[in-house]
Structure formats: C-alpha cells, structure tokens
Design a binder for this molecule. Structure first.
Ligand code: ASP
Length: 439
C-alpha cells in the first residue's frame, strides 16, 4: 500500500509546522511520496513566499534593485533550516536564482522556486530522495499541460524510488523552461503523483479538517462532511466552496483513487474522504450548501415564445457574441430568464440588450441586479421525498423570497436564486432545517 501526501503552504510555513509534517510522514511508512507547497503565511498578515517571489521578480523584470527582497525570501528558508537544526546551505541556490532573475528567466520560474527550495529542505529533513518537478511534470511547447507524457515520465521515475519528495506547482516545457500551474496548483501535482504511483490514497494536508457542510463565515462551527463524491464536490466548489484546486480531481478520479483532506494541526481527525461513489449515506439528507452573491438576471418576454423554434438559441447567441457566459436559464411559457455574473455583464448590458432585440425580437426585457445563487447539494436527495418542500418551507419561515428554482434531473442539486440581502438568512435557514433539526 502506498500513500501520496501533499502539504499546503500553511502546513510548511515555519520549522514548527515542518516538524508536525515530519511526524505525520514518519508516523506511517506507507506515506512514501511527499509533495510540498511553498511556505505560506505564519500569521494572518504574513506574506506567502510565492507572493514574495512574484513581487521580487517584478522588480528584476523592470531592471530595479531586488537584492533586499531576495534576501527576505532567503531569510524565510533559513529560519526553517535553523529551526530544524539542519546543516543544509542554500547560498548556492540563491546565487543561481539571483542570476536567473537578472537574466529575466520569467515569472513562472520565479514563483516555482518557492516549492523547489521547500522540496530540497523537506527531502533533507526526511532523508527522502529529491525529484525536481522539471524532470517529471511536462508541458508542451505552448505551455499546455501534457498528461500522457507526465504520467509516463513520473511512473518510470517513481518505479525505481522507494521514497521521494516532488515539489508541487511546476514542471517544464520541452526546452526546459519552467512552467507553473495556476495558483494553488500543488494540489494538481499531488494528484498526478498519486496517479503515477498507483497510490491507494491521495492525502491532501491543509489547515482545515476537511470540507464543511456550509461556509464557516456564515454558519458558526458548521459540521464536517465525512464522505463526499467527486460530483457533489464539483457542484459545491463551483459555487464557491474551496479547499482543493478544481483540476486536482481529474487525475485521481480516472484511477479511482480516493482523496483524503486532512488537517496538519489536528492529525487525529479523519477529515473528509472524496470518493467516486459510495454506499455510505451522508449524515444528513444534504451533503453541503454553498453559494455566491453577485448575479444579474435578464428576463426576456415574448408572447407565444413557446411556439417559436430557435428562440432560445437566438437569446443565448446574444450573450455568446458579447463574450458572456451564463449560469442558469430557467424558462416559462412566454419568458426566458438568463442568469449571468454581474461584474461580467454590467459594462456590456446595453450591447447585449440591443443584440437581444435585434435577434430575438422580444416584447420586453427586464434586468434585475444584486442576486445570489445557492446550491443545496446531496446524493441523499435522490432517494428522499420532500427535500425541495423542506427547503422552501424553511425559506418561507425565514421570510426569504425565492426568485428562481432549478433542479437538474440528476437530483443531486437544487439551485435557488434569492436577493443578495437574503443570502445569509437563506443559507442559515437551510442549514438549520437539515443539519440542526435533522428531521
Ligand atoms: N505556492 C503556490 C501558490 O501559492 C502553489 C500552491 O501552494 O499550491 O499558489
């Protein structure tokens, strides 16, 4: 059995955190491959090393002096090395980085050094082999990630290696140029390593004990989700619940490898399991609630719309031609409503309206702003009668007016539109009825 363990930035921000990580890895010899992020924040107002590197390179790129900023980064690593009583010396590495910055090696190269250096320290501390991600995480000549080549290179390299540290977040293009994933991308590296190693589990260690049923910013001490399916997770993360990088799911999902989200500061907590499918029922009918503010709806009215073939296409074309993606399209007999992101739509609203009049010839168009969408997600809803009924009676009791309802036929998800002002009240009411009352 083998486990791939990825540690996020806050789990590696200081020597003290490194020690916790060391105990976790050494505590289970199946934890064979370690993927570290760069050091994150040690306290709330602190700066992540990745952000320090971007800022420092920004100076180098515009031919400004960056020595002070680079030594502040070196100090962050030195503090960890000293705290762990290692004899490692990174002076040579920092000299190379300084030279590469002067030669304008690129901001991806700059940012990647955060994980690279943390990987070197971690390998030294654990006594594991260090595998530089440029050897095994492959991007093509255009900088697009190449999953086949990566899997080939990584599995060949890991086959001959019992234990290793592979830094997260970056890889290289065929000419050797460093390329990073988008922010938070070490989660993707962890998933790729788990796939290539054919691991039994991908453990993703962070600073929360897994996914919560609702946003702790809205609900005080929300319950933790024990088991969630990939599909449920996708619905919730799309609606704003973030713990894991979205693209980290695909590599392990294809291989049926479960992800276990764990808390470095609370290692005895079993965290959340993300699985393909499960016969374990969630503790409540719903698995989670997530939502976002800041939507607009465009209501398009036309008598006899139901008899006009192609009306929907013409409406959606008006949005497409203006580069606006839509979220939901509930419709009635003579109306069609399109939900869009307010910040994307605002500047283009009159252009879109004109385009709608030209193409679809509606009787009227009405735009309403400041709306929020809430997703109530749960595999348990499929087999339970009355879920929608309970949601709407809870909302009615809380005096929340429902603007829109959308339930996909998968019955995994009910989307509700309310005003921005009602957003938190609505989430509280739904959480109360399903989790606290748990009727
Ligand atoms: N260090 C990178 C970031 O801050 C990548 C990661 O942590 O996953 O985005």
């Amino acid at each position: 059995m083998s486990k791939v363990v990825k540690f996020g930035g806050s789990s590696l921000a200081s020597a003290e955190q490194f020690r916790k990580v060391g105990d976790i890895v050494r505590g289970d010899k199946e934890r064979r491959y370690v993927v570290p992020s760069a050091p994150g924040k040690r306290f709330q107002k602190d700066t992540k090393v990745t952000d320090m590197l971007y800022a420092c390179y920004g100076l180098a790129e515009t031919d400004k002096e960056f020595g002070k900023e680079l030594s502040a980064i070196a100090d962050r690593y030195q503090e960890i090395i000293d705290g762990l009583h290692l004899t490692l010396n990174l002076d040579g590495e920092f000299e190379k980085i300084g030279n590469a910055f002067r030669a304008k090696a690129g901001s991806d190269y700059a940012a990647s050094r955060g994980e690279y250096l943390n990987g070197i320290i971690m390998a030294d501390y654990l006594g594991f082999e260090f595998i530089d991600a440029v050897e095994v995480i492959c991007f093509d000549g255009q900088g697009i990630f190449d999953p086949e080549k990566t899997n080939e290179m990584l599995s060949a390299r890991l086959a001959g290696c019992g234990n290793a540290v592979i830094p997260g977040f970056y890889g290289a293009m065929p000419d050797g140029k460093v390329k990073t994933f988008s922010r938070g991308g070490s989660d993707i590296t962890g998933s790729l390593v788990a796939k290539a190693a054919q691991a039994d589990v991908y453990e993703n260690w962070t600073d929360v004990s897994g996914f919560l049923v609702a946003d702790p910013g809205i609900i005080k001490n929300p319950r933790r989700i024990d088991v969630i399916t990939y599909r449920e997770l996708r619905e919730l993360s799309y609606m704003g619940a973030t713990v894991l990088h979205e693209d980290a799911i695909f590599p392990v999902r294809q291989e049926g490898i479960p992800i276990n989200i764990r808390n470095t500061n609370e290692p005895e907590n079993s965290g959340t399991w993300i699985v393909g499918s499960t016969c374990q029922r969630s503790r409540y009918v719903i698995t989670g609630i997530a939502g976002k503010r800041g939507f607009c709806c465009v209501n398009i009215e036309k008598d006899m719309m139901n008899t006009e073939i192609g009306f929907g296409r013409k409406v959606l074309e008006a949005f497409e031609e203006n580069g606006i993606s839509f979220e939901h399209v509930p419709s009635g007999i003579d109306t069609m409503t399109v939900f869009v992101h307010q910040d994307e739509f605002m500047d283009k609203e009159q252009k879109v309206a004109a385009c709608l009049y030209r193409k679809a010839k509606p009787d009227a168009i009405e735009i309403e702003a400041d709306l929020a969408l809430i997703a109530v997600v749960g595999r348990g809803m499929k087999s339970t009668r009355g879920t929608a009924g309970r949601i709407f009676s809870a909302l009615a009791h809380a005096n929340v007016n429902v603007k829109m309802i959308d339930q996909g036929s998968s019955e995994l998800n009910i989307i509700i539109g309310v005003t921005n002002d009602d957003f938190e009240t609505a989430i509280k009411a739904i959480y109360d009825i399903f989790v606290l009352t748990n009727l």
